[in-house]
Design a binder for this molecule. Sequence first.
Ligand code: AMP
Ligand code: MG
Length: 311
Amino acid sequence: MNDNLLVDSLQQHLEDKRVQKAIEVQSDIRAYLGEFFRKHGFIEVPPVIISPITDPLNHPVLDPSIDYYGMKYGLTKSMIFHKQILAKELGSIFTFSPNIRLETPEKEKTGRHLSEFTQIDVEKRGASREEMMGLVEDLMVGLTQHMNSERASDLKFLRRKLNVPSRPFKKFRFLDAEKEYGKDFESILSGRMKDPFWIIDIPLENREFYDRESDSEPGILEDMDLIYPEGFGEGLSGGEREFLEERIRERIKRKGQSEEQFKWILAYSSKGLAPSAGFGIGIERLTRYICGLQRIEDTHPFPKIPGKLSL
Ligand code: AMP
Ligand code: MG
């Protein structure tokens, strides 16, 4: 893109009143989230930006690395391993974690992928998946109430009617939903539902090695996705974690991944990680849902759109 066009389009974006409102609402969402987790006994920790260990993800992204005088660092795709380590030492933690995932260009079409975004990433030592799901349900109910009372004029400007969901949220088991609605079950259900809902018990091949495999149902993970209604799609992923060295090693092997890549996490687990559960919520996707926006780039002042050069 020509330099002037790039600058003009950024200026147009930043002058768009909807974008300005979304950024303001997002500031409030961040404050609400921080306060919510602190109130529930979670300690805020600083984010990790570069590290030799990061999330392998379960889908292809470009994988840049930094060679720093012979030391090889990656850019954080998620802080999953740092969270596990911190949960062991500190108990309950959260962080606003910038993630770089150089998504492939076709992801631009989804309206919910950026190459740079922020997760509020949460982990708790000794927690079960169900405890964490309960916490998220409380959060979503409280946040939507807060938005409807404190941000009514912004939501009106954005023509957004935000439903306050009731607890407990509906749960669909992955394989049951797939059987009933076919491969595209997530977007079909997201389009039909009026309130956020859960997809749970995700088969092992669909997820990374660090989510805990069920003891009673081999091949099924103790994990969950929160799906926003009205077609907004996935907003959160999480679960219980594997923490025993031998089980982590075995899961890396079953994924066809190399032990070398995860030697640090294997070394740490050999000294003993603790059982924990947690999740990550994409701040921009949450803002998109709260504001009822078509496209995720309207939630970010400097959106990195897959396949496009952005400032
Ligand atoms: P994951 O554990 O990979 O599901 O990521 C956790 C959360 O981060 C997701 O549920 C989304 O809310 C958010 N997220 C993941 N990838 C992206 C992306 N490319 N752009 C924006 N948000 C994302
Ligand atoms: Mg996910």
